[in-house]
Design a protein around this ligand. Sequence first.
Ligand code: NAP
Length: 254
Amino acid sequence: MKRLSGKVAIVTGASSGIGRATAKLFAAEGAKVVVGARREAELASLVAEIVADGGEAVHLAGDVVSEDYAKALVATAIARFGQLDIAFNNAGILGEMGPSTEISEKGWSETLATNLTSAFLGAKHQIPALQKQGGGSIIFTSTFVGYSAAFPGVAAYAASKSGLIGLTQALAAEFGPQNIRVNAVLPGAVDTPMYRSKNDTAEAQSFITNLHALKRPATPEELARSVLYLASDDSSFVTGTASLVDGGLSITRT
Ligand code: NAP
């Protein structure tokens, strides 16, 4: 039995990395998937792969900072597949990094808008559709950064991502009585284009992998399996959590 049979899901940040792997896994587990990101060609090729594998998916390109895009993703799920049960609000950027005394207001605001406000806008428009279904699951992609560890130069990213944990808790408390579960997944390093853009030397990769007890980054597929757990009824009593999937980074001091 497929774990998401009969379910309809939205996945943002689906043109790459964790979102792409999760959209493919959701579809393989029987969900009909609406995939979003800005790069349309990447989304179209993802949809083609899902369909070739016997799944169902549709793409809608747009920018998650836009409330109209949040509305349109939900409208697409309803128009194409009749309902919405699951939303993985995963799109994100590292944003402007560097000494906090030099971060521009524009860089700060862009990071907050892309990583945090987008998640709020997504949930705002997804929740009424989940209520019609009598419940559902929302997942946000946070990070260990700003939760269990931090580095110099990551103020905007850390603030945006730890803000998602507060949002998770507030929404879980507000909509739990209506059987809507809300959780945040907190990856350690995951081998995606974002990870490679930051860790572009052997020295940087060695530093980051050594922070993990498992001494390696995750694959996007490993994250996808954890997100599947939070999306599916396997986690039916799990809500309001900051769910670390970090290869032991948080408990490693060596
Ligand atoms: P990635 O490969 O760079 O993917 C990021 C995704 O977000 C892309 O699909 C990108 O699509 C989308 N995106 C970014 N800005 C967007 C915008 N304004 N509107 C719409 N879509 C947008 O990185 P990833 O590692 O898979 O990251 C996924 C999430 O995991 C992020 O939230 C990231 O912060 C988080 N995370 C990653 C790691 C890691 O080590 N990789 C660790 C912890 C948390 P387009 O460019 O096509 O718009």
